[in-house]
Design a binder for this molecule. Structure first.
Ligand code: HEM
Length: 198
């Protein structure tokens, strides 16, 4: 399939889905808790998009084509966009931009700190995803982008921790994440043994 068509499809799905969710929440169309609905939708969307992004390199290797790599940056940016809306929806709709409430939430819901860690990583990856940043950071660019492995684990921990009951879904997500990390075990082992800094 033509890459322009694939990119248009990614834009359409990511934006249309968001539009429908926010429209339903704003127009209050029969949803029990619209605020919770958008927070959960954007959070889950961000995590799913990070996982899809991590699937692209193994797919490219398996099918011996660079096509999945051509949409990797776009998918990563959508993961960040969803995460930014997740954070913004929480701060705007649940806390009404009240900093005192935010302080209270940070004490009562420690998993928010973990989510913030994942968000900072996604932010760093998004701002360094441009060609200019790649040229500027040179060898360090790869080290920055290796943070995605920590980011996906933090995002999962945040998800798991936020779920009081129902551990089946987070368990399934963990299995997929561990499989994706296992497919990169050589690279991850190099990061830990710092062999790549030679
Ligand atoms: C400062 C950053 C963040 C804040 C303040 C935040 C806040 C929250 C809150 C309040 C919830 C709802 C928990 C509940 O209903 O009990 C939640 C759930 C969730 N968040 Fe975040 N989050 C942040 C970052 C992230 C990031 C970066 C990701 C993913 C990449 C993420 C993924 C999720 C997921 C998957 C859920 C569970 C949704 C569900 O149960 O359906 N969050 N977050």
């Amino acid at each position: 399939m033509n890459i322009v068509v694939v990119k248009t499809l990614i834009h359409s799905v990511c934006l249309a889905w968001l539009g429908i969710e926010y429209y339903q929440a704003i127009t209050d169309s029969g949803i029990a808790d619209p605020v919770e609905q958008v927070i959960h939708f954007t959070g889950k969307g961000a995590l799913n998009l990070v996982i899809f992004t991590l699937m692209l390199t193994p797919l490219a290797r398996f099918f011996k084509t660079n096509k999945p790599i051509l949409v990797r940056r776009l998918m990563g940016l959508y993961a960040f966009f969803y995460a930014a809306l997740h954070l913004l929806s929480f701060f705007a709709f649940e806390l009404a931009f009240n900093f005192n409430l935010l302080m209270q939430e940070l004490v009562e819901r420690p998993y928010i700190w973990v989510g913030a860690g994942a968000f900072i990583i996604l932010f760093a990856l998004a701002v360094t995803s441009f060609h200019k940043a790649k040229k500027l950071l040179k060898k360090r660019w790869q080290s920055v982008h290796n943070l995605i492995y920590l980011g996906v684990l933090l995002a999962w921990l945040h998800f798991f921790w936020s779920r009081k009951a129902d551990l089946l879904e987070p368990g399934m997500y963990l299995a997929v994440i561990l499989l994706l990390l296992a497919l990169r075990w050589k690279k991850i082992a190099r990061i830990f043994t710092l062999k790549n800094t030679k």
